[in-house]
Design a protein around this ligand. Sequence first.
Ligand code: PEP
Length: 255
Amino acid sequence: MKKSLRKAVIAGNWKMNKNRAETKTLISELKPLVKNADCEVIVCVPFTDLETALDAVKGSKIKVGAQNCHFAPSGAFTGEVSADMLKELGVKYVIIGHSERRQYFGETDITVNKRLTAALAQGLKVILCVGELLEQRELGITGEICSMQTKIALTGVDAADLKNIIIAYEPVWAIGTGKTATAEQADEACGIIRSTVASLYGKKAANALTIQYGGSMNPKNAAELLSKENVDGGLIGGASLKAPDFSAIVAAASL
Ligand code: PEP
């Protein structure tokens, strides 16, 4: 982390976990544990928990995000939720392009770009996920993949909107597997993403961009990952479901 240049952000991705009562409990456990955090703290909850979470975080510095949004404002898109709908609820953040969306729900780089630009147009802040498959890492094309995904996702995005974007480098082979990228691998890939952004928007803008690592980050490995210059925070899945674990990662980012 280079806190002199950019904001450290720890975001929890609860995925399809927690009902409304559990949401209330987890957030009330988290509140005292993160009250002195020296980083931004976000919880990205299922759509059905958004209202509960927004109410539960009141009086704390925890922000609430959704895990996806559609690119159209409304229409015949059964099962989808629009950026306008999130905005109306008071949601401030949305994850776009998570690898589980890409893997299981047919999300492509093009639809990621469409969803991202729709979210920005509604004033939402986006956590954009990019990352390579294991086969791609083994082929030595991690940099190319991350760079390509970043470029396509940012197509048509104004420089002024970069401040509303966080990029999460999430190697697909490390998500929910217990396999973490080494701190060096995470730093290298986050650095490549930063260089890609620099090639599009200039060095100053790239240096100000928060780039998180995500993939089995936990209280044991967080400090080492976060010690790297290009790793400005974490997107946390499994470990965000337990207040002591999530708050320990927040503490590691607050040093
Ligand atoms: C994620 O869902 O973005 C994630 C990184 O999950 P996990 O921490 O469980 O690997």
